[in-house]
Design a protein around this ligand. Structure first.
Ligand code: KG4
Ligand code: ZN
Length: 342
């Protein structure tokens, strides 16, 4: 029997990207992302400016997603939206918009946890990337989170470990800021690291028990190191940016891979997936691919477009919840703190 076609409109507005997507079952028909450039000049996301920009972007972004998918609002089966976690003012824009549209169209409303969506993005239908089988381990690495999650099924996830302070994306961005690179620095560190020597400057790795992470110490040791070097040579950063970036990235990757290895040993699960903005990093992608040969893992890496914040990942969760009748009513409220599996 052929599966009935369901069209889901998904809305993501948890941080500084306004995004809308249309899915037909597990297939992405459109995925429009408006990245807010305004934050660059402040060196980080300014919450008040983010929510204002979401208000300006949301209508055109949704229109564009529908137009690109060639779908009329009347064909939609449900509206999915990010309920949290994220910035309250930003979440409110997407939440209120989704609620009103679902009410107006008289179709079901589906709330989605942003972090679960980063993990379930692996179930978007794609010719190139396979889909993990349950149970698998997922490492979510983004600007707001760093977690290792045991995924037993679509809606049964257990957090095995997480960061005690900064998220890994923050470690990238803050290190980049110390080097004078613009926000968000993660992709730039990645770019320079490709041409540098990862062993040039060894930075200490934090000693954190079990599967938890800590990144705040790294930022401090980079700061002290660069201040010390700058006293000897004021052009130190400029002259050695590639080696510094490669060394910083190497330290971060060693931390991430070390914890993943421990998680595999502890659980006996060798299927490993990554998700979140930092999953776009070329170094972590290469290290994971390597582990297929060197460690016998089966690894899953999302397409670039489904790593950083996007509505397609919200749409796939929307569809999976739709199949199970997991709808929400109009009393639903945005949730700035929203734990996985809660
Ligand atoms: O998932 P995401 O788009 O937003 C959050 O939910 O936080 O992640 C954004 C984070 C930023 O810290 C950004 O610097 C980082 O992902 N990022 C990268 C790369 N691309 C994005 N970090 C390192 N290398 C990259 N290529
Ligand atoms: Zn995210």
């Amino acid at each position: 029997m052929a599966t009935e076609k369901k069209y889901i409109l998904a809305i993501e507005s948890s941080c500084d990207d306004t995004s809308a997507a249309v899915l037909c079952n597990t297939k992405v028909l459109s995925n429009v992302v408006a990245t807010q450039e305004i934050h660059r000049q402040y060196g980080g996301v300014v919450p008040e400016l983010a929510s204002r920009a979401h208000q300006q972007n949301i209508v055109p972004v949704v229109h564009q997603a529908l137009a690109k998918a060639n779908i009329d609002k009347k064909q939609l089966s449900a509206i999915a939206f990010t309920r949290g976690p994220g910035l309250m003012g930003s979440l409110l824009v997407g939440t209120s918009f989704a609620k009103s549209l679902a009410l107006g169209l008289d179709i079901p409303l589906i709330e989605v946890n942003h972090m679960e969506a980063h993990i379930l993005a692996h179930f978007i239908e794609d010719e190139d990337t396979g889909q993990p089988e349950f149970p698998f381990l997922a490492m979510t690495i983004s600007g707001g989170h760093t977690q290792i999650v045991k995924v037993n099924s679509y809606f049964d996830m257990e957090v095995l470990g997480e960061t005690l302070d900064d998220a890994v994306g923050e470690a990238f961005d803050k290190s980049a800021k110390i080097m004078g690179l613009p926000y968000p620095g993660g992709p730039l560190v990645d770019k320079y690291a490709r041409e540098g020597n990862p062993a040039a400057y060894p930075f200490p790795k934090p000693k954190v028990e079990g599967l938890n992470f800590s990144f705040s110490g790294l930022k401090t040791s980079i700061l002290y190191f660069l201040q010390r070097e700058a006293r000897k040579n004021p052009d130190f950063v400029e002259e050695n940016i590639r080696d510094i970036c490669a060394s910083v990235q190497h330290t971060i990757l060693e931390i991430l891979m070390g914890k993943l290895e421990l998680a595999v040993r502890q659980t006996g699960i060798q299927q490993v997936a990554i998700g979140g903005g930092v999953a776009a990093n070329s170094g972590i992608r290469a290290r994971l691919k390597d582990a297929e040969h060197t460690k016998g893992w089966k690894t899953y890496i999302p397409k670039f477009a489904y790593c950083t914040d996007n509505a397609a990942m919200i749409g796939i969760v929307g569809y999976l919840k739709f199949l199970e009748g997991k709808f929400t009513d109009q009393s639903v409220a945005a949730k700035a703190r929203y734990a996985i599996g809660s």
